[in-house]
Design a protein around this ligand. Structure first.
Ligand SMILES: [Zn+2]
Length: 399
C-alpha cells in the first residue's frame, strides 16, 4: 500500500502521558497512526520532521460538549457551518469533538444531525477536528433549567422522535433531564445504542438520579451549571432539604461529569474542588463553546443563525440577561485555566481534556493518549501551553 503521507517525526519535546512527563521525547507517526514514541524510538529513513522546540507534545484534545466557533453553530446545519466549527476548534488543539445540539424544532434537530453525518462521512484531516459522533443535548431539558437555550424548542422526550436518532451510530452522547416524563425510556434507548448517557439542564432529586442511573445514566453535563442543588430542590420540594445531582455524582463512583474551565463559569476553587473530589478518571474538561469563539465581542445567536436566542459576547464569555450563556474559548484555554486553578501536574490536566473524555465516550482505543497504534492526534504546546501545531490523523495543520 502506498502511504498517503511520508512518516512524520516530532521531536525535542516533553511527552505528556496520562501519568507522567517524559522530557526529550520523540513521536513517530505513519499512515495516520502513532508507530513509535519515547526517548529513542526507531526512526524512519525519510520523514517530515517537526521540532517541538522544548515544548510539550500532548495528545489531541477531545471535546464532549461544543456548540460552535468561528461564527458558526452546529445548529446552522449546513456542511459549511459544521466544517467552520471543526476548523476553528482544531486551531485550539481539539482533534476530536462531538457536535452538540441545542433546543429546536424536530426539523432543526434532524437537519443538524444530517449535516453532521454528511461532513463526518466525507471528513478529511484538513477539515479540522474529527466528528466522533453527535451529542444530542437539547431539546429534552427541564422547563425550569433551560438556561440560555431557546425555550420554545424545549420538550419532553418523544419516542417517535428519538427512535430516529438512535437508528444508526451517529449519536454517541445523549442528554435528557432525569425528571421529565419518558426520561427513563430515553435513557434506556440511548444506553442500548452504547451512548454515553447523561443528565443535564435538570432539577433532579437524588432519587430521580438513582432511577436514571439504573436506566443507564453515567454522566452529568457541565457540573454546577443548569443543574439541581440543595437550594434549587428546596424551592421545588420544600423540606426536608434534598440531595440532588451534585451529591449523586460525587457519591457514585461510576458517574463522571465535566466542567467548563473557561475561568468565567466556575471559580478556581470550584475547579480545584471538582478535581479533588472526582479525580482525573471521572472529570472532563469541555469548552461548551458557542459561535462567538474567535469572533469579536458583539451580539450572537445561540443555536440556529436565524432562530436562536441572542446573547452578548464580551470576548471572554457569553451572557444573556445577566446569566452566563456558554463559553467563547477553545480547549487550550481550558487546559491553561485548569492548570492554573488546580496546580495539578500537566499530565493530569491534559488527561481531563483527552483520555478521560475519550474513555467516557468509548473512543479511547483509538485516540486520547500518546500510544503506539492510536491515531496520530497530537498537539504541540509551548512551555506556556499555547498551541503551536495541531496534528490530526498524522496531518499537520497549516498555522
Ligand atoms: Zn452547552
Amino acid at each position: 500500500m502506498v502511504a498517503a503521507h511520508p512518516p512524520l517525526v516530532i521531536d525535542n519535546g516533553t511527552l505528556v502521558f496520562p501519568d507522567r512527563l517524559v522530557p526529550g521525547g520523540t513521536v513517530v507517526c505513519h499512515d495516520g497512526r502513532i508507530v513509535g514514541l519515547g526517548r529513542r524510538p526507531a526512526l524512519p529513513v525519510a520523514a517530515c520532521r517537526i521540532d517541538a522546540r522544548g515544548g510539550y507534545i500532548t495528545p489531541g484534545f477531545v471535546d464532549l460538549h461544543v456548540h460552535g466557533g468561528g461564527g458558526a453553530d452546529f445548529m446552522d446545519a449546513t456542511p459549511a457551518a459544521v466544517r467552520r466549527v471543526l476548523d476553528t476548534h482544531a486551531r485550539h488543539g481539539t482533534t476530536t469533538l462531538f457536535p452538540t445540539t441545542t433546543t429546536g424544532s424536530p426539523e432543526r434537530i434532524a437537519a443538524m444531525l444530517g449535516a453532521c453525518r454528511q461532513v463526518r462521512d466525507a471528513w478529511a484531516p484538513v477539515h479540522g477536528a474529527r466528528i466522533a459522533g453527535v451529542h444530542v443535548y437539547g431539546p429534552y431539558f427541564a422547563a425550569d433549567k433551560v438556561g440560555c437555550h431557546p425555550v420554545a424548542g424545549r420538550r419532553d422526550p418523544v419516542a417517535a422522535e428519538y427512535r430516529d436518532w438512535f437508528r444508526d451510530d451517529l449519536v454517541r452522547i445523549a442528554t435528557c433531564a432525569a425528571e421529565l416524563p419518558g426520561a427513563k425510556a430515553f435513557f434506556r434507548a440511548a444506553a442500548r445504542r452504547g451512548c454515553l448517557v447523561t443528565c443535564g439542564h435538570s432539577n433532579a432529586t437524588w432519587s430521580e438520579m438513582a432511577a436514571a442511573f439504573r436506566a443507564g445514566v453515567r454522566h452529568v453535563d457541565h457540573f454546577w451549571c443548569a443543574m439541581s442543588s440543595v437550594a434549587s430542590l428546596r424551592a421545588r420540594c420544600g423540606t426536608p432539604m434534598q440531595a440532588g445531582m451534585e451529591q449523586f455524582v460525587l457519591a457514585t463512583p461510576a458517574m463522571s461529569t465535566e466542567v467548563i474551565a473557561d475561568g468565567a463559569h466556575l471559580s478556581p476553587e470550584l475547579l480545584a474542588f471538582a478535581l479533588l473530589m472526582l479525580g482525573p478518571g471521572r472529570l472532563c474538561l469541555v469548552t461548551d463553546a458557542s459561535r462567538a469563539l474567535d469572533m469579536p465581542p458583539g451580539r450572537y445567536r445561540f443555536g440556529h443563525v436565524d432562530e436562536g436566542s441572542w446573547f452578548e459576547s464580551d470576548g471572554s464569555v457569553g451572557r444573556a440577561g445577566g446569566a452566563l450563556a456558554s463559553s467563547t474559548v477553545g480547549m487550550d484555554h481550558c487546559v491553561r485555566a485548569m492548570h492554573a486553578a488546580t496546580r495539578a501536574d500537566l499530565s493530569t490536566v491534559v488527561r481531563l481534556a483527552s483520555l478521560t473524555p475519550a474513555e467516557r465516550a468509548g473512543i479511547a482505543t483509538d485516540t486520547g493518549s500518546l500510544e503506539v497504534g492510536k491515531r496520530a492526534d497530537i498537539v504541540i504546546l509551548s512551555r506556556r501551553l499555547a498551541v503551536r501545531r495541531t496534528i490530526i490523523g498524522g496531518v499537520v495543520r497549516a498555522t
